[in-house]
Design a protein. Structure first.
Lengths: 572, 156
């Protein structure tokens, strides 16, 4: 018997993103609306469950950020119950998190974002000898001979001629907004493939400490892995030396491939400094060197920057009911005390109520509610989160390492610090941060080895594992700086079960719709004022939205001045 | 000995979307005596992060919820050249689906020699609804078919 189902949207990914852009004179984006078109209700799934299992559910909400949700979740439950994890657990979590950041940034740059700047088809016309000369002039990376690039180019030719472009099938090849010479395009495509290969190695660290990958194991109270230098089945010297090798190779790859490529590519786009956006940046901070409650021990600092003013850093308290709030005046939810009133996640409500047009529809009613994402705000300000926020905050706080790297990159590009407030600045910040985070991997590895040498093998604190010792009610906050930005989990435990759970993910900050005051979200702000070469090929929208590393697949709709849809493109 | 990777795909938070992951969990339980060259992977929706498991396999056995052209309530098995039409859906927010992963493997000259997809059409895709009775009823057959296929490759 034949059956039919309707699947709209297909729930493969955390959510779908739709951008509606209105063009003004000369195809400059006059206004933009960012809409999450998929309902995400993890909060409802978690109600009534055992708080110790929450991490395993939250890590499934996103296709790419499994470990960060697991980490935020265990930290959240530990915060509620007052559990302090042993030093090994803190260090291993830091190492796994730094591993995730590093791998994710690498994958983002080469496999999500690079093709917004790199024309794959142009690479077919390159002179491999010249590519080799350029490669050797910017880096000591050994795979740089003319023969290497020639072979790669031939492979690419047969790949393109086969007609099955696969990974390269969605590009606007030949678009005039591409500025790289064929030789640099070939270099970038070669490294695209090398990075795909290399990223597989980095994440093996997760398998070592998390037991498996994807979906490594986390544990409320610590980590589930056993450390014993004298046992074959536990984390021992041999396994640790494998980890060290991966870390060293990672640092080399970022130093010799990622950073030189970033600078080489950015050098051709120095005049494309659109996409700065809000100028407000929020970080919860991460990489605690002490107790997670001690914000002063975070290697990535906590704080807020407003209006690009790096001279004033505002304190952030995610537990303060008046700081981080979410309102739903333009989101498809209802609040019991009014949609315009922001609620702190501990008071958060998740009552979906779709009032948008019935699909298929042409465009959303952006005067009213138009997104499945709530509008998170910090003291009523829209915020950008992510690598640019973190780099700017560390820079503003005088972090010597970040300052050196930022100045090195700006110096090589011969641009001033103001260039950071742009799409390109966001992309550069991710590379700068990746280099620093790879250094952190080494730092945490050394810490772990040193701590094991003292004879401390503990990886978990199980004193409060048994719920009979829990308070009747407790509230907790767990945070991390995910690759895409500040991630917060808030829990309310009652009678040993989850009474309420709220998550504010980085992409909700960045892809936020307007709020009741009309203030726009980060994407909406960043897209305004961007000129488009060809509205039917919205490469410029892709560049800016991708520079935020959205956690959502994106569909873009461009309208002319009369509101007629010019083009509808699925951004991947 | 052939390296066999068994990957379950899908999101367990969305009802029958989790079919692939659930099927591989059960298959692993029933295959406890299999050699170490067979690896069972809960692939979730991890897209590009599954590349290593794809490129390192001689034999790839995938479980996934699928939308076949003739929508019958049954277990579907596709091999090698029969696959492409059923694997175009995207798997992760980085939007690298199985077809893209296989195209990368092709560029790297590391396409598994044998690829088998075992799929069932979903019935319920609701948030938190778990596997529906309709799909639950097919799980046993899906696991049996996988066991037979694995057995044939192991004895090769």
């Amino acid at each position: 018997m034949a059956e039919k189902i309707v699947v709209d949207p297909i729930p493969r990914i955390e959510g779908h993103l739709r951008i509606e852009a209105k063009l003004g004179e000369n195809n400059v984006i006059e206004d933009a609306f960012s809409s999450g078109t998929m309902w995400r209700g993890i909060e409802i799934i978690l109600k009534g469950r055992d708080p110790r299992d929450a991490w395993a559910f939250t890590e499934r909400i996103c296709g790419v950020c499994t470990t960060v949700h697991a980490l935020a979740s265990v930290r959240c439950v530990e915060d509620a119950l007052g559990i302090e994890v042993p030093p090994n657990a803190r260090i291993i979590r830091n190492l796994m998190n730094a591993t995730q950041q590093t791998q994710d940034h690498l994958v983002h740059f080469y496999h999500l974002h690079a093709l917004d700047w790199v024309d794959v088809v142009s690479a077919l016309k390159a002179d491999p000898k010249e590519t080799s000369r350029i490669a050797q002039s910017i880096s000591a990376w050994p795979k740089s001979s003319p023969g290497y690039f020639k072979d790669l180019q031939q492979k690419l030719v047969s790949f393109v001629e086969s007609g099955q472009l696969g990974i390269f099938s969605n590009g606007y090849w030949g678009h005039t907004a591409y500025k790289l010479p064929p030789e640099v395009n070939l270099l970038a495509v070669a490294h695209y493939l090398e990075a795909l290969d290399f990223q597989k190695e980095i994440v093996k660290i997760h398998t070592v400490f998390g037991g498996k990958n994807p979906h490594p194991n986390y544990l409320v109270g610590g980590m589930a892995c056993a450390i014993d230098p004298n046992r074959n089945t536990a984390i021992n010297i041999e396994i640790l030396s494998r980890v060290r090798k991966i870390i060293e190779d990672t640092i080399t790859f970022i130093e010799q491939v990622y950073i030189p490529d970033l600078i080489a590519i950015a050098g051709f786009y120095k005049d494309w400094l659109y996409g700065g956006g809000l100028g407000n940046y929020l970080c919860y901070g991460d990489f605690p060197e002490n107790s997670i409650d001690d914000a002063s021990s975070l290697l990535w600092p906590r704080g807020v920057i407003l209006n690009k003013d790096l001279s004033t850093i505002h304190d952030v308290d995610p537990r303060d009911l008046n700081q981080v709030t979410e309102e739903v005046s333009h989101s498809w939810y209802t609040y019991s005390n009014g949609d315009d009133k922001g609620l702190h996640p501990w008071e958060g409500e998740t009552s979906p109520k779709y009032t948008g047009p019935k699909p298929p529809f042409e465009y959303l009613d952006t005067d009213r509610k138009y997104s499945w994402l709530k509008a998170p705000r910090w003291k009523n300000h829209s915020m950008e989160v992510g690598p640019l926020a973190r780099v700017l905050l560390a820079y503003a706080k005088g972090d010597a390492m970040i300052k050196d790297t930022v100045n090195m990159v700006l110096g090589k590009l011969d641009v001033g610090a103001e260039a950071l407030f742009s799409t390109l600045g966001r992309t550069a910040a991710r590379g700068i941060e990746c280099l620093q985070t790879a250094g952190f991997m080494k730092h945490f590895y050394d810490q772990l080895v040193a701590n094991i040498k003292t004879g401390d093998y503990r990886t978990a604190n199980t004193e409060l594992w048994n719920p009979s010792r829990w308070p009747k009610e407790a509230k907790g906050f767990g945070y991390t700086e995910a690759p895409r930005g500040a991630l917060g989990h808030w829990i309310h435990i009652k009678d040993t079960k989850i009474e309420d759970y709220q998550i504010v993910v980085p992409s909700t900050w960045n892809a936020s719709p307007r709020d009741a005051s009309g203030a726009v979200g980060a994407y909406e702000s960043a897209l305004k004022g961007t000129p488009m070469v060809d509205p039917e090929q919205p490469l410029e929208i892709l560049r800016t939205v991708h520079s935020f590393d959205p956690c959502l697949a994106c569909a873009s709709h461009v309208f002319d001045m009369n509101g007629n849809e010019i083009v509808k493109v699925t951004i991947v | 000995m052939k390296k066999i990777n068994v990957i379950g795909l899908g999101n367990i938070l969305f009802g029958d979307e989790g079919f692939g992951v659930e099927a591989v969990r059960r298959l692993e339980k029933e295959c406890s005596g299999f050699p170490d060259s067979v690896q069972f992977i809960d692939g979730g929706t991890q897209g590009i992060y599954l590349l290593d498991y794809i490129e390192s396999a001689d034999v790839l056995l995938i479980y996934d919820a699928i939308i076949p052209s003739e929508f019958n309530r049954q277990v579907y098995v596709y091999r090698n050249d029969e696959l492409p039409a059923f694997i175009h859906r995207k798997m992760s927010s980085h939007q690298m689906g199985l077809s893209e992963l296989l195209s990368v493997a092709r560029l790297h000259d590391r396409v598994p020699g044998e690829i088998v997809l075992i799929g069932v059409p979903p019935r319920e895709l609701g948030l938190g609804s778990g596997i529906s009775p309709a799909v639950e009823g097919l799980l046993g057959d899906a696991v049996e078919k996988g066991k037979k296929i694995l057995g044939s490759f192991i004895s090769d």
